[in-house]
Design a protein around this ligand. Structure first.
Ligand code: AOF
Ligand code: ZN
Length: 327
């Protein structure tokens, strides 16, 4: 499954609105003989790619796959049947398919005498490569990660507005690598005015950059003349988070990172539309300057937004914290 997860990471960012699934075929003796990841929409699913690579060695073997094989005739034929025809005898998968149209692969496989094991490394997969898509399949909304860099005292800029660079070079490279695996990056008009960002994935410290995310600017006014994003960004003339997410879902966007400033972050918090926080906290004190979020809808301590920390790691000298709102 670790190898199947690596396959899914390889295609992450290129498959939406389909999930980035990874698959490994083991031959009868247990050797890995075929690897595959989901191809862009309309193309073959992961199982088909891995079976093609394995050829006749798949007969009598095992398919290890991050998502339950599909049972439906969609844009491609059902993977459950393709696995049966190739002579696969065992299937091990991490997560079930919440899409009612595609689910049911387990029953199809079992009816044909294939043994099926479910739930192997489920947490790694459902918090990792399939996280955004699972959320999208259950809610119909893209998954939103709010990413920011702040000082140890929670400031995103100094009193005079200067903010380059709070986080370390290591953290900035990591963020560029993350961008290449996402569908869209959303900022507000204030960020365009203050920072003039390009929002491209670049200089990821040697990590491959297979894909560029869609840059999105939210705001009712025109983009400033000459801004780097003037001709490249999707401009959504609204302040309403649900209108932003609906417009993005319509374009097949599943995995979104919010990189805008404190005002936009506040609007998304008040709407309850932040699914994960990714904070880079630098060992720096500023003592003054804007906070990472402005008006999250909290006026008294009992309204505080409570989060659960999923993971804390070092990113060079910075702390990298991943947290999710408590439900
Ligand atoms: C799999 N393996 O690699 C993927 C699956 O429109 P289609 O035909 O491509 O089907 C898309 C649906 O199939 C998608 O919503 C999800 O339920 C499942 N994706 N299934 O067995 C794969 N990407
Ligand atoms: Zn399939």
């Amino acid at each position: 499954m670790t190898l199947a997860i690596a396959e899914s990471e390889r295609v992450r960012g290129t498959t939406s609105p389909n999930p980035p699934v990874g698959c490994v075929i083991l031959d009868e003796g247990g050797d890995a003989v075929g690897f595959g990841g989901t191809q862009p929409v309309g193309g073959p699913h992961a199982e088909v790619m891995a079976l093609r690579a394995a050829g006749s060695k798949a007969r009598g073997g095992t398919a290890v796959v991050t998502l339950e094989p599909c049972a439906h005739h969609g844009r491609t034929p059902p993977c459950a049947e393709t696995l049966i025809e190739a002579g696969i005898k065992h299937v091990i998968h991490a997560t079930s398919d919440p899409n009612p149209k595609a689910a049911g692969g387990v029953e199809v496989l079992r009816a044909a005498g294939v043994t099926v094991e479910s739930g192997l490394m489920e947490q790694e997969v459902s918090r990792g490569p399939l996280r955004a898509w699972l959320h999208y399949a259950r809610t119909g909304r893209p998954h939103v990660t709010w990413k920011y860099a702040a000082s140890l005292d929670g400031r995103i800029a100094a009193r005079d507005g200067t903010s380059q660079w709070i986080s370390s070079e290591t953290s900035r490279k990591e963020v560029h690598g993350l961008r290449a695996k996402l569908d869209a990056i959303v900022v507000g008009m204030n960020t365009v005015r203050l920072d003039d960002p390009a929002l491209t994935a670049r200089d990821a410290g040697g990590m491959p950059l297979p894909h560029q995310p869609l840059p999105v600017v939210v705001g009712t006014s025109d983009l400033p003349e000459g801004a780097k994003l003037q001709h490249t960004a999707l401009h959504l003339r609204t302040h309403e988070p649900d209108a932003v997410l609906a417009a993005l879902a319509e374009r097949g966007v599943v995995d979104v990172v919010l990189e805008g400033g404190p005002t936009l972050a506040g609007a998304f918090w008040r709407a309850g539309r932040i699914d994960r926080v990714l904070a880079y906290i630098a060992p720096t004190l500023l003592g003054d300057g804007p906070a990472a979020v402005l008006d999250a809808g909290v006026s008294t301590i009992t309204d505080a937004v409570r989060l659960t920390v999923e993971d804390v790691t070092m990113s060079g000298p910075d702390l990298r914290i991943s947290a999710v709102p408590r439900t």
